[in-house]
Every structure is written in structure tokens, then in C-alpha cells.
Design a protein around this ligand. Structure first.
Ligand code: SAM
Ligand code: DTB
Ligand code: SF4
Length: 320
């Protein structure tokens, strides 16, 4: 586009039609606007997490009624991944409710990565904070993406999480990048933050030396028993603005319309795709929360004329 790139705040606050037009123009210059990348999530270790993230059903410090599970067996994970591949997912994302991985769990985690790669899918993991050695071992096993969200602005972070800092998050992201793994990093909106916080979060992501290849934008799913269980519902147009601004600031990244789709109409999701979202989680569960199932998404895609992206080459490297 010939317009000069203005500051994130000016972009975010454009009249909605101008914002959407601009985002869609950037989107079309970089992607096929009718293609959507589909990822499938699996919680490989659920609940009992020592961190105190106010939104999360898996924190042992929150009152959510969720029993803690042990790390899943490798063969079960691979059987689930195979099913997801058959249902059309190209990336398999495995999440564990840990502050950081323990040494005793590393062999199983590495075996999961190797096994999912062998199925011909892209691999993604989200295991909490990593040290450099762990990041290198994940890379060596073939990990394509590491998900580690900054969640909100630096200013608002301590209102949501006190057991680690915003800087801890950035440090892990640096290590993931230094190990040569693609970064998946985004955040959650609807946690009582201001528009300034949403803008600041996007500025932090876009200002990284290499912006994340994948940017999940989650709408808070209020989970019973958590401090945010009764958070007031955010105006959904703020979701559209957040996605459009992410698209303009990070033109080559996949922007994922992430948690919260089960509470959204087809029309709202269509607006999010028009704003530049080009990735979703498929399947009827996320980690612990609900997601529209296969049938609903098949109907949505048919209604909108969208197609699921397929992997063309080997699952090696960056798909972005
Ligand atoms: N324990 C790891 C960590 O925190 O990095 C990985 C799992 S954690 C559940 C992954 C991300 O899911 C969080 O960073 C957050 O952005 C998102 N998330 C968790 N609970 C959510 C909720 N109730 N609504 C929306 N997004 C949520
Ligand atoms: C991300 O940004 N969203 C996903 C994934 N990365 C790990 C997780 C969403 C979790 C929603 C709440 C739940 O399922 O408990
Ligand atoms: Fe633990 Fe991750 Fe949930 Fe925070 S978001 S409580 S680190 S599982």
C-alpha cells in the first residue's frame, strides 16, 4: 500500500470500514484470502499448574474443578494426532500445564515431536518457560513451532499473572528464536484490559526482531472458579479491530482466530477472516474448553467459500 504506515494506535482507531479495507488489502498482498490454516490442539498434561494465570482453568491456585492428570502416553498422543490429520489439520499443537518442563518429562515430549513429524504434520508445543538447552533439544527433535503467549500488555501483565513476569515470557521467546524454532505468540482480549493495552500487546509482538510467524488472538473464555469467571463480555468489534491491527502490523504472519469461536456467530467470524485472520483451531475441544466441532466448521467454510490449507512440501521449516 502507498499509505505511510501510521502508529498502531492510529491504525486500531481508524473508522472500522477504513481499518477493514486496509487490513484486507495487506492480507491479499501476502496470502490467498480464501485459505485458512487449521491446527488441532491436545492437552498432553492437564491441570495442577503452579502458575496463577487469572484466566486459566488449569491453575492449581484457581478454584476451577479440574482434576490434574499425568503426562499422556506417547502412543495415545500419536493416535490422536493421526485422527486430527485425517480430519484435515496440518499442525498438531500439544499443550502441558507446566511452569516449565521437568527433565524427567523431556524424553516423552521429544518422542511425541518425532512421532507427529513422522505422520507428516507440523508440530507445535506449549510447555511453559524453556531454558536454552531445552529449546535446542526440542528443535533437534523436529519442533516447528513453540507457542508462548505474552497474553496482554506489559502494563497489565501483573494484574493477570504474578508468578512470572512479562520479561520472563520475552526471554523464553528469545531462546525459542535463537534455537531456530518458529514462534507462535499472541494473547487474550476481554480480560478487563483497555484498548491501549491491546494495542501495546500488538506493538510488542510486531516490534520483536523477527515477529512471530503465528499470532493467536484469543477471546477470553470465562472459566468457572477462576478470578475472571465473571469478567464482563468485551464488545466483539474489539476482536475485529485487534485482528485487523495485527494483520497490518505483521503482514506475513498467520493470525489465528483462536479461543472463543464457540461463542461467536458465523457473521462475526466472517468479519474476523475479512480483517485478516487466516488460521483457526479445529475440533470440539481446545485444551479444556469447548470449540465448534468439525460439522459446524465445515458449514462455516462452505457458507463463506473458505478452504482449509493443505501442506504442500515436507513439514519442515516455516509455513508462513
Ligand atoms: N502452560 C503453558 C503456558 O502458559 O505457556 C501452555 C498452556 S496455556 C493454557 C496457553 C495459552 O492459552 C495461554 O497463554 C492463554 O493465552 C490461552 N488461554 C488459556 N486459558 C484461556 C481462556 N480461558 N480463554 C482464552 N485463552 C486462554
Ligand atoms: C493459544 O493461544 N490458545 C490455545 C493455544 N494457544 C495453546 C489455548 C486456548 C485455551 C482455551 C482455554 C482452554 O481450553 O482451557
Ligand atoms: Fe499454567 Fe499455562 Fe494455565 Fe498459566 S496458562 S496456569 S502457565 S497452564
Amino acid at each position: 500500500m502507498s499509505q505511510p504506515l501510521c502508529r498502531a494506535k492510529e491504525i486500531y482507531n481508524l473508522p472500522l470500514m477504513d481499518l477493514l479495507f486496509r487490513a484486507q488489502t495487506v492480507h491479499r498482498a501476502n496470502f490467498d484470502p480464501n485459505l485458512v490454516q487449521c491446527s488441532k490442539l491436545l492437552s498432553i498434561k492437564t491441570g495442577g499448574c503452579p502458575e496463577d494465570c487469572a484466566y486459566c482453568s488449569q491453575s492449581a491456585r484457581n478454584g476451577a474443578e479440574l482434576s490434574a492428570s499425568k503426562l499422556m502416553e506417547v502412543q495415545r498422543v500419536l493416535a490422536e494426532a493421526k485422527r486430527a490429520k485425517e480430519a484435515g489439520a496440518t499442525r498438531y499443537c500439544m499443550g502441558a500445564a507446566w511452569r516449565s518442563p521437568k527433565e524427567r518429562d523431556m524424553p516423552a515430549v521429544l518422542a511425541m515431536i518425532r512421532g507427529v513429524k513422522a505422520l507428516g504434520m507440523e508440530t507445535c508445543m506449549t510447555l511453559g518457560m524453556l531454558d536454552m538447552d531445552q529449546a535446542l533439544r526440542l528443535k533437534d527433535a523436529g519442533l516447528d513451532y513453540y507457542n508462548h503467549n505474552i497474553d496482554t500488555s506489559e502494563r497489565y501483565y501483573s494484574e493477570i499473572i504474578t508468578t512470572r513476569s512479562f520479561q520472563d515470557r520475552l526471554d523464553t521467546l528469545d531462546r525459542v528464536q535463537a534455537a531456530g524454532i518458529n514462534v507462535c505468540a499472541g494473547g487474550i482480549i476481554g480480560m478487563g484490559e483497555t484498548a491501549e493495552d491491546r494495542i501495546s500487546m500488538l506493538e510488542t509482538l510486531a516490534g520483536m526482531e523477527v515477529p512471530p510467524q503465528s499470532v493467536p488472538i484469543n477471546m477470553l473464555m470465562p472459566m468457572a472458579g477462576t478470578p475472571l469467571a465473571d469478567a464482563p463480555k468485551l464488545d466483539p468489534i474489539e476482536m475485529v479491530r485487534t485482528i485487523a491491527t495485527a494483520r497490518i502490523l505483521m503482514p506475513k504472519s498467520y493470525v489465528r482466530l483462536s479461543a472463543g469461536r464457540s461463542g461467536m456467530s458465523d457473521e462475526l467470524q466472517a468479519m474476523c477472516f475479512f480483517a485478516g485472520a487466516n488460521s483457526i483451531f479445529v475440533g470440539d475441544t481446545l485444551l479444556t474448553a469447548e470449540n465448534p466441532g468439525e460439522d459446524k466448521d465445515a458449514q462455516l467454510f462452505a457458507r463463506l467459500g473458505l478452504r482449509a490449507e493443505v501442506l504442500t512440501g515436507p513439514a519442515e521449516g516455516c509455513a508462513a
